[in-house]
Structure formats: structure tokens, C-alpha cells
Design a protein around this ligand. Structure first.
Ligand code: SF4
Length: 505
């Protein structure tokens, strides 16, 4: 069995996971690709295709056609897209190979659908290994190899309404980063190749048994069937206390309900364990009351939906800037008052910025609190809108100044419910606090699907009847997001009221 570049990169993250990917694909991919994962693949493909315009006139190689590639390389074809190379043990496809007449060698261009963001160092290391893998396979194929380049999206690029391909991408010479890795990568490739030939899962066991939930991959449950769904790995911030987690696991304490009363935990972790053991919520009344007392009427519960566009579509946008295309708002002027629902969805193909702001101005009360879930998101969208539409800066600053993040109640552990399973996402909080409301059964159940649905509408991928239904589904989904916040807020008021009555009694 040949080792592909993708499987080599998975191996570098985790040998167990690479083995499961190859031998148990049904476990590795137990769920069909999520809309988010599909979108990432499609974004990568779009960016690859667009980057070819940097080197026009090339020959696109058919998927898997190593023989055709070899023939064209032997003929010194000038530019090849997606050339495929194989050796006895390895297989890889490159993005772009360009014949350099001056050096008498092929220059390699690896295209990445990413910008050089905050995690640049980690990404660059990964890309250098990725390029080194390709270079070694090409070298074994006898391809004369020149410089090794990385092509990625330019995070500083701002579109004027058209795409300037030369400015949209950066080309970086990675030769001096990838070449020193050749020896290491060659031995890793050997080890990875040998590992995937094994008929059984390699020992020692999965090391993520000693890591928090966020470090674990999708095969954790398969490799560790004895770990329950809600386990000590879900303890808040346990990933930063590996000694504690190790002590629990080594003592065979896996279920969160089995953590002993005398085990050394932080206060939030202890509240989480006690809530699970008693099967009732823990409430930190004083900070919860203080939080709720900050909220001013009229209250607007506000949720945005956006589309992160890798290739800027409109003037003022850069790579991966979010296009705000929808909002839903529920407004109340008293706790039990009938909410007024306002919503906006833009399905025309031009830029929605100004229509979005205009609709927001019409919908949002001039004063009072604006409640969101995870405020950096809505605030960030407003800030970007203000950058692109500076004449709206005062309005958008005013909205941002009134934003209160309802998620703070849960991330600050003012309320800990056993049904949250240590999570603070609205998708976990809502069914625990407001069981009559649920995302289950909706055609759209999360933001990535909403984004992709909108994209399909505006790019004409859907027939008119499908597009109308998709728009209705978007309105239902976003409408539930803002209603969910309203009902969670009401549930919090009820919790406080019940506690006050109990304490008074
Ligand atoms: S859970 Fe961790 S150690 Fe286990 S297979 Fe996944 S990445 Fe590897």
C-alpha cells in the first residue's frame, strides 16, 4: 500500500489516526463530511484553480495519471497542473510545476487556501514538511527539481471589485525551509509507510486518553470505547492540568460522575462534577444577578449569519472576509412581553453591506442592550462593516457599545447544567435550559450549513423553487438562534426568581 502525502501529514499528527484512516475508513469518517468540511475542500479547489492563472497555459493532468505525468515531464512540458508522481512506496500530486529554462529544472508551487495569519509559524512548518514530501517523491522519480515555492492568499489584499491575481496571492520561496527537512521527512515517510502496512492497530495506545476533549480526534471513541460520552476529559480546562487528568485516568476514573469528592479540582471543575452527580444545575447566584441587572430594555436579541469568502467577491473585501447576509432579531420591552421579530436576508448577487446596515438600522431599537452569543463575532462583523462603509461608523460603534454576550453566563460558570457536558455552545445550552426548543429537525442546524446554503442561492446553484425553500430554511434557522437567546435569558430570570423565593422562604 502506497503512502500518500495526505496520510503522511495525518501520521505526523498522530500515527494511530493515520492507521485508522487507512484501515478503518468507516471509523475515521463515521459521519459523512460536514458541510463545513466540504466547504473547506471546495474553497481549496477554488483557490487552486484560481492560482493557476499565475502560470497560464498549463496542462491539467487527470487525477491519478502518473504515467501521463511522466511522459509530459520527459518531454519537458512547460507548465503542469496537478501532476501525479508515484514510487514503489509513495504517491503524491503537486499543485503546479513550471519548467525553468534558466536553471534547467522544474520549480514546484504548492498552493494553500490560507493567509499567513497568527498561527503562521505552525502552518509554515506544516507546509515545509508537505513540500519536502513532494520534493522527495519527485527526486526519486528523477525529476530535475529547482526552487520550491509556497503560494498562498495575501492577507493584506483588498479587492477593488475585481480580482488582481498577482496581488491576491503571495509567492514565497520555501526551498531553504523544506530542503533541511529532507532527511527527517524521509525517515518519517519510511516509518509512516511501514505503519500503514500493519494489519492491527499499533501499540502503545492512543495518547489522547491523557488530553482534554478538544485535543482528541474523531477516532478517539473507537480506540477508547470504555470512555463514556461525558467523561473526565470534558472537565472545564482539564487540558491545561494534564497531571490531574492523568491521575484520574490512571485510577480508572473516567465518568465525570465518578470523580471523588476529595479529588483536587478547581472550583469551576468541582461545580461541574457536582452538577453531574446531583443531576441538577449549579447556580452562582450573585454574579448571575449582577450580569442580568446590566441588561437594559428594550432588549434586542441579535444573531448574524455570514459567508467567509476565500476569494473576495466585492470591493473592500480581502481573502476570507465574512459577507454578512442575514440577521434575526427578537426585541422585548418587558420579561414576559410578546417579542417583536425582525429579520433580514439578502439573496441578490451584489454586495449586501449597505442593505444589511440599512435593515439593521430599521430593526434595532435606538437604545437598550443588544444580546448576542459570542460577542467577538458580531462585534468583529460590525467593525469590518464600518471599515468598508466608514460613513456608518457611528451607528455600528453604537451597536457594538451596547452588545452583551449571553454566553458569558456559561463560560464564567454562573450556571452549570449537567446537560451542557462542559460546553458553552448555544446548541448545548438551549436543550438543557429550554427543552421545548430544539435545532433538531430543522433543515439547517448550524452556521456552516447556513453559509453554504446562502452561497448556493446567490451563485445560482439552486433551481428557483429550491432557492425559495433554502431561503425559508435560512430564515427559520437564524430566527431560532435569536429566539433561543431570548428564551435562555428568560430561563435565567426564572432560575434567579426561584432561588430568591427559596432563599426568602
Ligand atoms: S485521539 Fe489523539 S492519540 Fe487517539 S487517535 Fe486521535 S489524535 Fe491520535
Amino acid at each position: 500500500m502506497k503512502l500518500s502525502k495526505t496520510n503522511y501529514l495525518v501520521y505526523r499528527d498522530c500515527a494511530h489516526n493515520a492507521w485508522v484512516k487507512v484501515h478503518k475508513p468507516e471509523v475515521y469518517r463515521a459521519e459523512p463530511l460536514s458541510v463545513f468540511e466540504q466547504a473547506i475542500i471546495e474553497i481549496g479547489n477554488d483557490v487552486d484553480v484560481r492560482a493557476r492563472q499565475l502560470f497560464p497555459g498549463g496542462i491539467l493532468i487527470r487525477r491519478g495519471d502518473a504515467v501521463g505525468t511522466a511522459q509530459l515531464v520527459a518531454e519537458r512540458a512547460q507548465i503542469l497542473y496537478q501532476p501525479v508522481f508515484e514510487t514503489e512506496r509513495y504517491t503524491t500530486a503537486c499543485d503546479i510545476l513550471v519548467w525553468n529554462g534558466t536553471s534547467g529544472a522544474y520549480d514546484l508551487y504548492e498552493v494553500k487556501a490560507s493567509t499567513s495569519g497568527d498561527d503562521r509559524k505552525a502552518k509554515d512548518d506544516l507546509y515545509a514538511h508537505d513540500i519536502a514530501f513532494q520534493a522527495l517523491v519527485l527526486r526519486e522519480n528523477g525529476v530535475p527539481l529547482g526552487r520550491l515555492h509556497l503560494v498562498r492568499l495575501n492577507g493584506d489584499y483588498v479587492s477593488d471589485g475585481t480580482l488582481d491575481i498577482d496581488r491576491l496571492f503571495t509567492r514565497e520561496d520555501f526551498t531553504d525551509r523544506a530542503t533541511p527537512l529532507f532527511e527527517t521527512v524521509a525517515s518519517e515517510m519510511d516509518a509512516a509507510h511501514d505503519l500503514i502496512q500493519l494489519a492491527a492497530l499499533p501499540a502503545p495506545p492512543c495518547t489522547c486518553i491523557y488530553k482534554g476533549r478538544s485535543s482528541q480526534c474523531t477516532t478517539f471513541a473507537y480506540i477508547n470505547p470504555e470512555v463514556p460520552d461525558y467523561s473526565v476529559h470534558d472537565l472545564t480546562r482539564i487540558g491545561t492540568s494534564p497531571k490531574k487528568l492523568k491521575a484520574l485516568v490512571n485510577d480508572g476514573i473516567l465518568a465525570i460522575t465518578d470523580v471523588p469528592a476529595d479529588f483536587d479540582l478547581s472550583l469551576p471543575q468541582r461545580h461541574q462534577v457536582e452538577a453531574a452527580q446531583r443531576r441538577r444545575p449549579y447556580v452562582d447566584l450573585a454574579p448571575l444577578e449582577a450580569f442580568l441587572s446590566e441588561i437594559r430594555y428594550p432588549i434586542a436579541f441579535l444573531d448574524y449569519e455570514t459567508f467567509p469568502c476565500a476569494l473576495p467577491r466585492f470591493a473592500g473585501y480581502g481573502p476570507f472576509n465574512h459577507v454578512p447576509f442575514q440577521f434575526s432579531m427578537h426585541v422585548v420591552t418587558e420579561p414576559d412581553g410578546e417579542p417583536i421579530h425582525r429579520e433580514f436576508l439578502y439573496t441578490d448577487t451584489d454586495c449586501p453591506d449597505q442593505p444589511f446596515i440599512d435593515a439593521l438600522k430599521r430593526a434595532i431599537p435606538a437604545e437598550g442592550s443588544v444580546i448576542v452569543w459570542n460577542k467577538p463575532f458580531e462585534r468583529g462583523i460590525n467593525a469590518k462593516l464600518a471599515e468598508r462603509q466608514p460613513h456608518e461608523q457611528a451607528f455600528l460603534d453604537n451597536v457594538n457599545g451596547r452588545i452583551i454576550d449571553l454566553m458569558d453566563v456559561f463560560s464564567a460558570q454562573m450556571v452549570v447544567h449537567p446537560g451542557f457536558h462542559g460546553k458553552t455552545s448555544i446548541k448545548w445550552v438551549l436543550p438543557a435550559l429550554v427543552p421545548r426548543l430544539s435545532y433538531k429537525g430543522l433543515a439547517i442546524q448550524e452556521g456552516a450549513t447556513a453559509s453554504e446554503t446562502w452561497n448556493k442561492i446567490v451563485t445560482g446553484e439552486l433551481e428557483p423553487a429550491e432557492a425559495s425553500e433554502a431561503a425559508r430554511n435560512l430564515l427559520t434557522y437564524c430566527g431560532l438562534d435569536s429566539l433561543a437567546m431570548l428564551e435562555i435569558w428568560r430561563a435565567l430570570l426564572a432560575i434567579v426568581a426561584a432561588r430568591e423565593i427559596r432563599e426568602a422562604g
